[in-house]
Design a protein around this ligand. Structure first.
Ligand code: PMT
Length: 404
């Protein structure tokens, strides 16, 4: 599978002799079907011209943070939202230091700091500079901030010295990038995902349900599968096809969804509840179609089983992620759910007229104990990949902490 196909890669080029390789990198990214856009620092322009990068990428190249013409077309916030991943190659010692110190004094460093997508850097510098304790401290800080470093390689350098500091070759970077999209972060893990609405019968022809299309949950299932997970998708009725490589368990009611999840959960490592489960069902559904003889009709409703709470309250629960769909006080309710339901993570979305339910785009506020992040408005597929990245990180952190 070509995991770079259709991926939006923002290639950052900082100042260094290895910048000449960036043009080849863009060409190879495009050959693999990726959509690449280039952002250069001013000092990178001393080594390779924006015109060259524009020619190979086929897209305008961005250099200035406050470029009124560019802001009109694709501003820096749009660029940060557009990307699936930011790759800085070459990443100079100076550039790495600026990002490690949280300095946003040009377009590329601002994008790295504003990114909610993975940031990868390919260091390139003189070997003494790489080995310098100041650089090594910055490397440690960047790793702490979840920046992934590819390289540097060891070998002959442009300055005539030999040692660590050489930027990896474009092909090596492309392979590593492709692998990170096929990230093995969930490799071998069983992931159970719920999606879509449930339907609770009123009589043989009517039911109580909601506007969930299943899009968000299906995107989460696909992203978990792309990350190497063995995914079981327990889904209420939807009009969309289940993703490839995912085991699909179709259900109709909340009770069926509950049973299906419980049958799968024993050996699951991660549970993600994206379904909009009906909170109530009819106490007694009529066995014949109800006639409209009366002006008013009362239905006695009964609570459905809370599937998420049932999973989180198990003796040995999997890493449990809930969604929170709210029309108001989103973060307050979401954080209450995190605590009250004993969740590892909650992804909160505002719902209402054209929001959350049955839309192409969404935005999420994600919370976990002691932290949180806002995932800006984006197509649900992209948000799902970002969410899976967060879940995998937290899952591994929790497991490492428990092992010690
Ligand atoms: O399907 P789409 O059209 O793409 O829309 C996506 C979505 C808005 C449905 C999705 O992003 C979302 O928010 N899903 C959860 C909807 C919901 O029911 O939220 P809630 O706040 O009412 O429930 C909280 C959590 O408890 C959810 O994880 C829910 O799956 C779970 N739950 C709720 C009730 C119940 N009986 N059992 C549950 O497991």
């Amino acid at each position: 599978m070509n995991s770079l196909l259709g991926k939006r890669i923002l290639l950052g080029v900082s100042g260094g002799i290895a910048a000449y390789k960036s043009a080849d990198l863009v060409r190879k990214l495009r050959e693999r079907g990726a959509d690449a856009r280039v952002v250069m620092t001013r000092s990178a322009c001393e080594f390779i011209t924006p015109l060259t990068m524009q020619a190979v990428s086929g897209k305008p190249v961005h250099v200035e943070l406050l470029d009124y013409k560019a802001e009109g077309a694709m501003g820096h916030i749009d660029l940060a939202r557009w990307a699936d991943m930011i790759l800085v190659a070459p990443a100079s010692a100076n550039f790495m230091s600026r990002v490690a110190q949280g300095q946003a004094d040009d377009l590329l460093s601002t994008l790295c700091l504003a990114a909610s997508v993975p940031v990868i850097m390919a260091p390139a510098m003189n070997q003494q500079m790489w080995l310098n304790p100041a650089t090594q401290r910055n490397v440690a800080l960047l790793k702490d901030y979840q920046v992934t470093l590819l390289g540097p390689g060891v070998g002959d350098q442009a300055c005539g010295e030999t040692g660590p500091g050489r930027m990896l070759e474009p092909l090596e970077l492309i392979d590593a990038l492709a692998k990170s999209f096929l990230s093995d972060r969930m490799s071998g893990l069983k992931v159970v995902v719920t999606a879509g609405p449930t339907r609770e019968a009123i009589d043989p022809v009517r039911y109580i349900s909601n506007r969930s299309s299943g899009r968000m949950g299906y995107a989460v299932a696909r992203a978990a599968s792309e990350a190497g997970g063995h995914v079981v998708l327990v889904s209420g009725p939807t009009a969309i096809d289940p993703p490839e490589h995912v085991r699909h368990c179709p259900v109709i009611t909340a009770a069926e969804m509950h049973n299906s999840v419980m049958a799968e959960i024993d050996d699951a490592a991660i549970f993600i509840a994206a379904a909009a489960v009906a909170d109530y069902r009819c106490n007694q559904a009529a066995d014949k179609k109800i006639k409209k003889d009366n002006d008013e009709l009362e239905l006695l409703l009964k609570k459905t089983p809370d599937i998420l709470a049932a999973v989180a309250n198990r003796k040995l629960p999997p890493f449990t992620v809930g969604f929170a769909a709210e029309t108001h006080s989103l973060s307050d309710y979401a954080q209450q759910k995190l605590i009250n339901k004993k969740l590892d993570m909650v992804a909160a979305n505002q719902v209402g007229e054209n929001q959350g339910f049955d839309t192409k785009d969404n935005e999420l506020e994600v919370f976990w104990s002691g932290g949180g992040v806002r995932l800006e408005r984006a197509p649900k597929e992209k948000l799902a990949r970002q969410l899976i990245h967060l879940i995998a990180n937290r899952y591994h952190e929790k497991n490492t902490a428990q092992a010690h």
